[in-house]
Design a protein around this ligand. Structure first.
Ligand code: MEV
Length: 356
């Protein structure tokens, strides 16, 4: 698993400060940020910044590829970030991945170059002379939407630097094009949730539906440390579905029914009902063949320590699992997950939200 670190934290800390004073936290033109310029030259100040969160799938992964509904939410605790610097040619740099991509010469299926080109096409602009530096706290190939978040952060930074705007549906559509390179046949749920940055009810090919969250939902997200590209898990489910469509359609229908019941429980504030629904969803995912011994060990440990329910989140076979917890059990479950081998545990809350 590759973990990226952010090398210029001081700058981002300032950006967070500015966000809390009212400038969009998704993108900012540095000249708008009223940060005292302590450097003597603009060589030390990026032109613009963009960022996007990670994501979890609460219910419905894999079945969503086959037209059933899924419920997903952003994870604000981990983010991908992009900053834009003046340069002589357009390059994307992921220092922590040891990658530097000259966009004009990159292969059409390079995801980082592709999102830059797509953004320029959408705005009818030529490739700009920029160095686009990216970094991310979201572990790669771990079910937390790292690829989609990096693409979304790049688009947002480019929009800020161009002084241009695109609505969320358009940004999500651009990120979806790159998700095809990452995933083969993505449902579109990852790009949707990281771009809209709110819990969504998602069905393939339809606009996302925001829905009410009546009471806060507290979750722990634990990483098995096993890197698992979504493309492989999705491809294997597809092969199994081709071999036994009746069995897989039945499994997908059952997942769709779990997602429906979960939506009602979230809307009515019946958080207690979500635990058994997560367990039921996990049984169905295991039956599809996308769980793993590492995921099962974390799920067992979370339940034994008092989690109300637990399941894998994302493509599975590794990556992250989620556990539903209350105040009384959050510490116990977190320690149990670490003892069972989790390489990181993140606490997150889906806050109450109304739909207007
Ligand atoms: C990946 O986060 C979710 C999957 O359902 C794939 C997809 O929806 O594209 C496994």
């Amino acid at each position: 698993m590759i973990k990226l670190s952010w090398r210029n934290r001081g700058f981002w800390d300032k950006m967070k400060e500015v966000s809390s004073r009212g400038v969009s936290h998704r993108a900012a033109k540095v000249s708008d940020m009223k940060i005292p310029d302590t450097s003597s030259s603009s060589l030390f100040t990026p032109l613009a910044l963009g960022q996007a969160p990670g994501k979890i799938i609460l219910f419905g992964e894999h079945a969503v590829v086959y037209g059933r509904p899924a419920i997903a939410a952003p994870v604000q605790q981990v983010r991908a970030r992009a900053e834009i610097w003046p340069a002589e040619a357009c390059t994307v740099e992921a220092a922590d991945l040891h990658r530097r991509i000259p966009v004009a010469d990159a292969s059409p299926d390079d995801p980082l170059a592709r999102i830059v080109r797509l953004t320029c096409e959408a705005l009818a602009r030529p490739l700009p002379p920029w160095r686009i530096r990216i970094a991310s706290e979201i572990p790669v190939a771990s079910g937390l939407g790292s690829g989609a978040a990096i693409s979304a952060a790049i688009v947002r930074a480019m929009l800020a630097a161009f002084d241009a705007a695109l609505d969320d549906a358009t940004v999500s559509a651009l990120v979806y094009e790159v998700e095809k390179i990452h995933h083969g046949s993505p449902s579109g749920v990852d790009n949707t949730v990281v771009v809209y940055e709110r819990p969504v009810w998602f069905m393939r090919g339809k606009p996302p539906q925001p829905f009410a969250v009546a009471r806060p939902i507290h979750l722990l997200i634990a990483d098995t440390g096993v890197s698992s590209p979504t493309r492989i898990a999705v491809g294997d489910v597809n092969k199994a579905w081709e071999q036994d469509p009746t069995r897989y359609e039945t499994l997908f229908d059952a997942v769709g029914s779990v997602a429906q019941r979960a939506r009602s429980a979230i809307e009515t504030g019946d958080v207690a009902a979500l635990g058994p629904l997560m367990d039921e969803n996990q049984r169905l995912l295991a039956a599809m063949g996308v769980s793993s011994p590492e995921l099962e060990a974390l799920i067992r440990a979370a339940r034994a320590a008092g989690a109300a329910g637990a399941k894998l989140s994302g493509g599975g076979r590794g990556g992250n699992m989620i556990a539903l917890v209350d105040d009384e059990h959050v510490g116990l479950v977190s320690r149990a997950l670490t003892a069972a081998g989790a390489v990181s545990v993140i606490a997150t809350t889906i806050p109450p939200a109304i739909v207007v």
